[in-house]
Design a protein around this ligand. Structure first.
Ligand code: ATP
Ligand code: AMO
Length: 463
């Protein structure tokens, strides 16, 4: 068996056997037909031409009767046409000798892959020329996600996602972090707030973990020093936005700190610069595929990530005429505006905002030593949208209990967590990254559903 991606001009006249999906079936006459065969991100044109003893008119008829997306095996000879081949990734053809249908797709697909792969530019052009193109809406795509995933852009998005996760792991392993798996069935909310999926745990009230927060800290209490986790995170979001899912993949980090929570920001800085460098260097084909359907500007980032304080950010917004409630959180609009201001002033789409007011952070966040109205915390932004929250944690059980009570948390549900800090725990902190958000924002996508394989949102539990 040969992979389509390996087909090249040097293989001229060689016989190959390949299996793929029949993406395009184009009859020319009773004696000739073209078939474009796809394997993941690659396509090749196959030519059926009636030829004595080798290719019969029945075989051509059979090929043209196939339904699109049927899986076929093709044996044939590689040829190299004089003219460039339009619409396929490989610039060789296969002169078909044998063709066998392995599995037929239904004749009326919900949509064609070519239709689902078009860019806005193509639609605009078609409007000008009066050509009628089929638009495939987001809900239809998600209802038939297995078809939608076959587009080149989607094939690329999930390969990029895999690389983001891979760099996250490799970088942290090289920095002496240990990978862990914390429980997802837990007794109470880990982030506070109402966004929890409640369930019955053999008669006890329980919920799906809103983050590995409590357990990644408890692993630090267990003397692991530096840990990371890649795992599912559940949030019972009650509204429908472009960047919130009910289940996403959390990339979490927790580590001891020696002097200052900026040691955590240093890890964020070096990890993400390494990640962006890796994606730009090794994923150019994937980025091109995404760009073809969803055009975006490459991410601007600095060799050393810009850090601003919350107050500096608020000041920039004020000067631009945006008023924020004193010591309040940034809403999505203000975040975006600040992203634009930072991009214009510092020439970067990636930055860290530190020293948030304590009042807008979760109960486990360490207040600033010099002014407890602020906290040793940070958020990280790509193109003006949050991808990371992080902080130093409260490792003093009395202060932790007080903070939990102040934040309206039922202390009973987290008593084992609070008790963990009674047996000697070093100062520590960490951060949580949303994998789908990183991919969405690095690739300039407009909706997190595009970077979630089978998205779970308030209205979608299937497929
Ligand atoms: P996280 O909730 O994990 O901190 P986030 O990006 O949702 O990540 P928040 O601090 O919760 O960050 O929210 C920032 C802003 O995003 C809010 O002020 C609000 O404008 C908007 N937002 C957050 N959650 C929702 C939601 N479920 N629906 C609509 N808007 C939301
Ligand atoms: P936070 O709640 O900010 O922090 O979540 C961390 C990161 O997870 C992503 N994220 C989401 N992605 C998709 N859909 C959602 N509903 C959603 N909510 C959050 C974002 C966000 O920045 N325990 C802390 C982290 C820490 O301090 O270590 C936490 O969970 O990218």
């Amino acid at each position: 068996w040969t992979r389509v991606k390996h087909l090249c001009a040097e293989m001229k006249d060689q016989s190959v056997l390949i299996r793929g999906a029949a993406q395009v079936i184009r009859p020319v006459s009773k004696k000739m037909a073209f078939l474009v065969l796809r394997q993941s991100m690659t396509t090749v044109q196959c030519v059926l031409l009636v030829c004595k003893d080798l290719v019969s008119p029945q075989m051509v008829r059979f090929a043209t009767s196939l339904s699109k997306e049927s899986i076929v095996d093709i044996e044939g000879l590689i040829s190299v046409p004089n003219e460039p081949i339009k619409g396929t990734t490989q610039q060789v053809e296969i002169q078909v000798r044998k063709l066998y249908c392995v599995n037929r797709a239904v004749p009326n697909l919900p949509f064609n892959i070519e239709d689902a792969s078009r860019s806005e530019t193509e639609f605009k052009k078609a409007e000008e020329t009066g050509e009628q193109l089929v638009r495939v809406g987001q809900d239809t795509r998600l209802n038939y996600r297995v078809l939608d995933l076959r587009t080149p852009a989607n094939q690329a998005i999930f390969r990029i996602q895999c690389q983001v996760e891979n760099v996250f792991r490799q970088f942290l392993l090289s920095e002496d972090f240990v990978g862990i798996h914390s429980p997802k069935l837990i007794a109470g909310s880990s982030e506070g707030g109402a966004a929890v999926f409640k369930l019955d745990y053999k008669g006890q009230p329980a919920c799906l973990a809103q983050s590995p927060q409590l357990y990644k800290q408890m692993t630090i209490c267990g003397d692991f020093g530096r840990v990371f986790e890649v795992g599912p995170v559940f949030r019972a979001e009650d509204s429908y936005t472009h960047r919130h899912l009910c289940e996403f993949v959390g990339l979490d980090v927790e580590m001891e700190i020696k002097e200052h929570y900026f040691e955590i920001c240093d890890i964020v800085d070096r990890l993400f610069v390494a990640m962006f460098n890796h994606l730009n260097k090794n994923c150019s084909k994937e980025l091109e595929s995404i760009n073809r359907q969803y055009p975006f500007q490459p991410l601007k980032y600095l060799p050393e990530t810009l850090r601003l304080t919350y107050d500096e950010g608020i000041q920039m917004l004020k000067e631009a005429g945006v008023e924020i409630e004193p010591m309040g959180d940034l809403n999505t609009e203000a975040e975006k505006k600040l992203g634009k201001l930072v991009s214009d002033k510092y020439n970067t789409d990636f930055y860290i905002l530190t020293r948030y007011p304590l009042g807008v952070r979760p109960f486990y966040t360490m207040p600033c030593y010099d002014n407890p109205a602020y906290s040793n915390s940070f958020d990280v932004f790509i193109r003006g949208e949050e991808i990371i929250s992080g902080a130093q944690r409260v490792h003093l059980p009395e202060l932790l209990t007080k903070r939990a009570e102040q934040c309206g948390i039922d202390v009973k549900t987290i008593s084992t967590y609070i008790d963990s800090f009674r047996y000697g725990t070093p100062p520590h902190g960490g951060f949580g990254v949303g994998l789908e958000r990183v991919v969405m924002l690095f690739c300039g996508l407009n909706n997190i559903r595009k970077s979630s394989l089978f998205p779970r949102d308030p209205q979608r539990l299937t497929p």
